[in-house]
Write a protein that binds this ligand. Structure first.
Ligand code: TMP
Length: 201
């Protein structure tokens, strides 16, 4: 039995982590075996890489950043995602390759490099379905205690948002965009469940 690989994307503050938790709760209620994980930081190595990547004290070149995220992803696919899918589990992953396309692309890394490196890192493993939670960048960013990504400008986050929307236009079969503002978490959760109907039957 093959599992179902679900990824959650969006700019920081879009509420995707809440939606991961709500979907996990629903899968548990239905007795469906599932694994909740995230990038960066879904493995012991990944947690070390996450600390390096988010620390605002670290100067990391865009290409190095892309490669560190790909290292996190290679370890995560090998140790967590593939084994869970092979067992027939649902894998709910908070961020995946689309985050590299959007964030590292917006930081100036050529898309061909991002595609090539990530094809190697994932062995070509793609999500069955991806949700992009869409919110305007202005309201989403925290004011204090920001990490290395959150510290970037509003224009940067606007470019990241545009990149997610572009990916969704390019791959409408895989990517579902859900506009977040004006909707309660429960309402958004309902949209997620409807989009997943064919895997939940
Ligand atoms: P999180 O706060 O959603 O866990 O993500 C941590 C940060 O890592 C977030 O600001 C986006 C960034 N990130 C990338 O830039 N590229 C990636 O491929 C991933 C997975 C995350």
């Amino acid at each position: 039995m093959a599992g179902c690989f679900v990824t959650f994307e969006g700019i920081d503050g879009s509420g995707k982590s809440t939606q991961v938790a709500l979907l996990a709760r629903e899968l548990a209620r239905r007795g469906i075996h599932h694994v909740v994980t995230r990038e960066p930081g879904g493995t012991p190595l990944g947690r070390e890489l996450r600390a390096l990547l988010l620390d605002p004290e670290n100067a990391i070149a865009p290409l190095a950043e892309m490669l560190l995220l790909a290292a996190d992803r290679a370890q995560h696919v090998e140790q967590v995602i593939r084994p869970a899918l092979d067992e027939g589990a649902f894998v709910l992953c908070d961020r995946y390759v689309d985050s590299s396309r959007a964030y590292q692309g917006a930081a100036g890394v050529p898309s061909e490099a991002i595609e090539q490196v990530n094809r190697v890192a994932t062995g070509g493993l793609e999500p069955d379905i991806t949700f992009v939670f869409d919110i305007d960048p202005g309201g989403a960013l925290p004011t204090g205690g920001a990490d290395r990504f959150e510290k970037r400008s509003r224009d940067y986050h606007a470019a990241v948002r545009e990149a997610f929307l572009r990916i969704a236009r390019e791959e409408p079969e895989r990517v579902v965009v859900i506009r977040v503002d004006g909707r309660s978490p429960e309402e958004i959760h309902g949209i997620v469940l409807r989009a997943m109907a064919r895997w939940l039957e």
